[in-house]
Design a protein. Sequence first.
Length: 419
Amino acid sequence: MWVRAQVHRWQRRDGFDKMDLYTRGTLHCLVWMSIVPQVLLPLTRPVRASDAPVALIAGTVLAGLAQGFCATPLVARGLESYLGHRTVDRRLAALGAALMLASISGLLGLGAHTGPEEFPELSLALSAAVLPFGTSLVLITPLWMSPVALTAVAAGAGGGAALAGGSRAFVVQTLLGMTFTIGLIAVTVRISAWSLGVMSRLRDAQEVKTRLAVAEERLRFGRDMHDVLGRNLAVIALKSELAVELAQRGQPTAMDQMVEVQRIARTSQQEVRDVVRGYRKVDLRTELLGARGVLRAAGIECAVQGDGGRLPAPVQSALGWAVREAATNVLRHGNPQRCAIRLETAPDSARLVVENDGAPPGTTVVSGGGSGLHGLRERLAAVGGSLEAGPTGEGLFRLTAAIPLPSPRSTEPPPPEKD
């Protein structure tokens, strides 16, 4: 059950969240994988058999563990700093650098007591000691600075290995191993952070596109309201001024003008209600194109089949509202990546199917008053249609609107009666 729950949680994540979790997990695994040799190698038999003090062995092991616990938040904050979300505490960075130097110094001290030739794993341990702090250093410093700083640390470690009695071959081996580790850090960590940064900018751009699509829809609604009220309000204002002037002159036609103002006001009120309640005609083809544009702007792949150009006007209007409501639900619910809109027509019926993925497990359709699917059912029922909406399994959600079409014979005028 726990594994299934984790799989569902992973499936509900969008692309950026998956990339973010993968990148952070990789960097933290890289850090703790480097802690293992730092902790285990000082406990090997050559070190225990040497005259190395127990305090030095314990101190080296503790320094390695402390590097892991310090590098974990430092890497996380370094990644946030690279993405431009926050800055890194300098005291935490200084602590990470001090622990790295302490680990290197402890390992070199053990090598001096054991003898580098008797402790061949020393070069591996030194390379691992650079990795925890080096991972975060690559993220919080400019691209050129971190390789320079880490190369200087590698050169210092190589010199320390020479002072500990290591041969020339051992010193060269240590320098090559640490250089490879530095290159691995500089390339892997930087590329991973850069890829995550690109994904972050793409997500931000996608959110901007979505907001622009919503703003465009609001502008369209505003234009509809202006078209409905603008002319009528201007007429009301003019007729009101005329009625005032006629009343001041004592003309009885002032009453007629006020009656006309009252009629226009009531008409305007009804038109506003028509806009708000959605009783105005909706063009099905426009709604299909608009739904595809809005969904694609939100980063959802959308395929549309059919346009319903030959359907009766009432059927087109009802299906147009179904397309609008379905597109709104796709944007608001779940984490969809693909959406398919199919308009199927037959001689006796028209059927609209909207199917999208990314539906959360356990999704249910709540029935009740108000707008949304309940209001859409009422619109379809007015033309004899029906609505079905709900999950189909495997993270899919399907909305189906079906409307019967009048038979061609029923629309023909009756034959003339014979005498």
